[in-house]
Design a protein around this ligand. Structure first.
Ligand code: UD1
Length: 313
């Protein structure tokens, strides 16, 4: 069975490609735009350099594919505000190219669309379930939502076996802290390595649902194997909130760097106060996140102290 992973050289895509290559023939399609996130993949994985904005490239990449995991996207919220056309071109038009090529191919067994918790905007209640209103506050959130709506429409109109995943704050020991859009965890770890205090934006009481990449990948495996997920949308998180203050204390303790402390800076514009997923829907189809934030951070410490080559999370 063949799988195409778009964005297969990114943080999420590389992990998916490596894990799935144990049971599937994996091809990745990536435009290599994110130089900071380009990992070396194992030789068993076929790498196609190309852009999802180009229909012919997408059509060729899809040839003979059974499953598609669409993880390629413009993911920088600030860039989406600066350049909404670039954002829409990647996240809407690129998605549409894939959907259209998949529809024409006519024998796709699964089309997994990676959406984002950003589609909810400022939550009106927590934990956020899939029925929560969607009201994005950035072009990025809107383009991810539009891609999701197109995907679901292709399921309804053309019976394309679509499944949409809405991840919350994904992290792993693979995340590159030098990438300006890396998450808070890898940024804090970088500051610890540089012997700097951790920079907290706002009062640090804002909360996030940090989900380890390993749990996200396990859910993808479940979706690939189970037809009953088709046509549905799933939040993927842990269901547990962690405040940024709690996160900072935990990291400083685990990395034995409590003396560094934290400094507070002005709150980020448009920062969501509380974000935590209700994951009951995903649980009902067998999702069972295993990596708590405490365990995930221990794993990061282990990785940082290992000098050996990269291992897949
Ligand atoms: C995350 C996702 C984003 C998604 C959004 C959905 C990541 C990297 N980003 O954004 O793709 O659209 O959820 O809601 O996972 N913070 C600090 N100090 C720092 C860095 C961050 O205090 O040095 C704070 C931020 O102000 C924020 C929290 O940590 O309150 C999390 O920030 P970040 O990891 O950048 O992710 P989100 O903004 O939640």
């Amino acid at each position: 069975m063949k799988i195409l992973v778009t964005g297969g050289l990114g943080h999420l895509g590389t992990c998916l490609a490596e894990r799935l290559s144990r049971g599937y023939e994996v091809t990745v399609l990536d435009n290599c735009s994110n130089h900071l996130e380009n990992y070396k993949l194992s030789d068993a994985i076929r790498v196609l350099k190309g852009d999802i904005r180009d229909y012919d490239t997408v059509k060729k990449a899809l040839k003979n594919t059974d499953f598609i995991i669409h993880a390629a996207a413009q993911i920088d919220v600030e860039r989406s505000i600066r350049d909404p056309i670039f954002d829409a071109d990647n996240n809407i038009n690129g998605t549409l190219n894939l959907l259209e090529a998949a529809r024409k191919q006519n024998n796709i067994k699964r089309f997994i669309y990676f959406s984002s918790a950003a589609i909810y905007g400022m939550p009106t209640y927590t934990p956020i379930d899939e029925k929560h209103p969607t009201d994005p506050i950035s072009p990025y959130g809107l383009s991810k939502l539009t891609g999701e709506r197109y995907s679901l429409l292709y399921h309804k109109l053309y019976n394309l076996p679509v499944v949409c995943i809405r991840p919350f704050n994904i992290y792993s020991e693979r995340q590159n802290p030098d990438n300006p859009y890396s998450g808070v965890i890898s940024k804090f770890i970088k500051q610890i390595q540089l012997d700097q205090p951790l920079t907290i934006f706002g009062d640090g009481e804002q909360t996030r649902d940090f989900v380890h990449l390993r749990d996200v990948v396990s859910f993808v495996e479940l979706v690939l194997e189970n037809d009953y997920t088709i046509g549905d949308v799933f939040n993927i998180g842990t269901g547990k909130p962690t405040s940024i203050n709690q996160l900072a204390s935990l990291l400083l303790k685990v990395f034995k760097s409590e003396e560094l402390g934290v400094i507070y800076k002005r709150e980020r514009k448009g920062d969501i106060k509380h974000s935590v997923a209700n994951i009951e829907h995903a649980r009902r189809v067998g999702y069972d996140p295993k990596v708590s934030i405490e365990k995930g951070i221990e794993m990061m410490l282990k990785r940082k102290s290992m000098s050996s080559t990269e291992e897949n999370p």
